[in-house]
Write a protein that binds this ligand. Structure first.
Ligand code: NCD
Length: 313
């Protein structure tokens, strides 16, 4: 199968077939990553540059490991200390990058749309590692792979996404992906953290955890994105935990075999009870991290195949 996209900027442009192709290839990389010889050569000879204009632990480490395991030369640009701080525009940065001939560029940026803009200016495949509150496609894909492996399918499931939906690119990419794969998505959170016009996405909206969690197969928790809030979106953290934090009592409303997910970083005692997060019978949070490496390997492999084919043409 040839992947028909030059970049991975969001879930929005992907078809069901594109999503399945990434997940199927990722399965092979899960096996590779569990073996002693973790090397493949899909990216051999290629240069991957990671540019993170926002802090990241999991995502950056995971993209770096993914590139290295596939044989790319991987460079992390320290954007905190870069010329951006000296006033260089994103476009100038793109021009500088072009001169270095990267093949894959992984970008995280605090502004929605910044990664798309950069993709129009550089001559390589761009992967969005999170742009503002817009999209975080590899997170939705790794969540999808985790769900597909634990539930045995990725369709006709009932999935609750809970908490700070308004500021979350993870929620947005997941809503789009899960909808495309024909699942039922419920959003649960206080009205102040619910984006306006969300009903257009074909989701059900709840402001009560117990009602929203009733009978769901998957419970996806989100971090309160304080860095994107400018004012009082919640009364207090204590009150928030009381109403929207996932604890055993609220989780009991979901299906008995419901799984608990969180993209990290977690705030224990604010959106999730630490014991639930650590409960290996319910929580798949560590599996999500593992799937993250495999999904990023698959996405970069498919984009690199397209890049090579276009360059050869
Ligand atoms: C998420 C992000 O950065 O959007 N984290 C991640 O990629 N693992 C979610 C978050 O920051 O809360």
């Amino acid at each position: 199968m040839t992947f028909p996209h030059a970049h991975l900027l969001g879930i929005e442009p992907l078809s069901q077939g594109d999503i399945t192709a990434i997940l199927d290839l990722a399965e092979a990389y899960v096996i590779l990553n569990r073996s002693d010889a973790k090397h493949a050569d899909a990216l051999a000879g290629l240069t991957q540059i990671n540019m993170f204009f926002e802090n990241s632990t999991r995502t950056q480490a995971s993209f770096e490991l993914a590139g290295k395991r596939l044989g790319a030369d991987v460079m992390n640009m320290a954007m905190q200390a870069s010329s951006i701080k000296k006033g260089e525009t994103l476009i100038d940065t793109a021009m500088t990058l072009n001169a270095m001939h990267p093949d894959l560029l992984v970008v995280r940026h605090p502004q929605s749309g910044a990664v798309d803009l950069l993709a129009q200016k550089v001559r390589c495949a761009v992967l969005n590692a999170g742009d503002g509150r817009h999209e975080h496609p590899t997170q939705a894909l790794l969540d999808a792979l985790t769900i597909r492996r634990t539930k045995g399918r990725l369709h006709r499931l009932s999935i609750a996404i809970c908490g700070d939906i308004a500021h979350s690119r993870v929620a947005r990419s997941n809503i789009i992906l899960l909808g495309k794969m024909e699942n039922r998505v419920r959003l649960i959170g206080p009205p102040t953290l619910m984006p306006s016009g969300i009903a257009e996405f074909g989701v059900e909206v709840f402001d009560d955890m117990r009602a929203g969690l009733e009978g769901v197969d998957v419970v996806m928790m989100l971090r309160l994105q304080r860095e994107r809030m400018d004012g009082g979106f919640i009364p207090s953290e204590r009150e928030y935990y009381h109403r929207f934090g996932l604890d055993a009592e609220k989780l009991a409303y979901a299906r008995e075999d419901a799984i608990v997910m969180h993209p990290g970083p977690m705030n224990r005692g604010i959106e999730i009870d630490g014991e639930i997060a650590d409960d290996i019978n319910r929580s798949v949070i560590q599996d999500q991290v593992e799937m993250g490496v495999a999904v990023r390997m698959a996405a970069m492999d498919l984009l690199a195949q397209g890049l090579r084919a276009r360059r050869a043409a």
